[in-house]
Design a protein around this ligand. Structure first.
Ligand code: SF4
Length: 233
């Protein structure tokens, strides 16, 4: 197909005329000099100024430059490894920079079953990561022990470290893990997706449900009410 025809089909890709760029440059210069006034100034500000807070800008940057630790535990790791291939291309979400040192990573993906013997090692790696940090339990095994209901495997990684997102499946497909990473990104930006907790009106119940105490304390009740209010439940 000829180049002209291609251009015809995608007119939005047409480069802007050089005089347009010059006009914008002159407008920006006038703005800096303080020569722009009235509707011209308003239009320029609307077109080119984005206002936000430092905290939001910081979390936007963090969410889009997650450094996962290069760490695999079992079969799920093969799916995790494929994230960086062109087919799944985790670079689209800025998380392709897998780090071999926990001190340079801020996301730990537990990709596979955690044996009792391995749990202290995993915990040490997590502790060595610098704050702020996040963790994903990938697959049935690291989330709940999966099919290994026996003495050798930890029945859920949240028994020995905090987990932010659980990705179900055996193994979860790379797309599912990407979805989990997207959820972590939303958490980093202060906009977590409560998912089923919102649907089943269960926000905040997990803090004492697994703790072994029969009744929640006053502080837990207050935290529960605050969490529900924050999430609009
Ligand atoms: S969830 Fe399935 S694929 Fe993943 S580690 Fe367990 S057995 Fe292997």
């Amino acid at each position: 197909m000829r180049r002209e025809k291609l251009r015809e089909l995608s007119p939005l890709d047409e480069p802007a005329a050089p005089q347009d760029l010059r006009a914008r440059q002159l407008r920006a210069r006038d703005l800096l000099r303080g020569d722009l006034e009235g509707p011209e100034l308003e239009r320029h500000v609307e077109e080119s100024v984005l206002a936000t807070t430092l905290r939001r800008a910081l979390s936007w940057g963090r969410a889009n430059s997650v450094f996962p630790a290069t760490f695999g535990l079992a079969c799920c790791a093969i799916e995790m490894i494929s994230l960086v291939t062109p087919r799944y291309d985790i670079a689209r979400f800025g998380a392709e920079n897998m780090r071999a040192s926990p001190r340079q990573a801020d996301l730990l993906i537990l990709s596979g079953r955690v044996s009792i013997k391995m749990a202290p090692v995993v915990r040490r790696i997590y502790d060595q990561m610098l704050e702020p940090k996040w963790a994903i339990a990938m697959g049935a095994c690291s989330s709940s022990g999966g099919m290994f209901a026996n003495y050798a495997v930890v029945q859920g990684a949240d028994k020995f470290m905090p987990i932010d997102v659980h990705v179900p499946g055996c193994p979860p497909r790379p797309e599912a893990l990407i979805y989990g990473i997207n959820k972590v990104q939303r958490m980093i930006q202060g906009n977590p997706d409560p998912g089923w907790r919102r649907r089943y009106n269960a926000i905040g119940t997990e803090e004492w449900a697994r703790g072994g105490v029969a009744e929640p304390t006053e502080a837990e009740l207050a935290a529960y009410a605050a969490a529900r209010e924050r999430l609009g439940a």
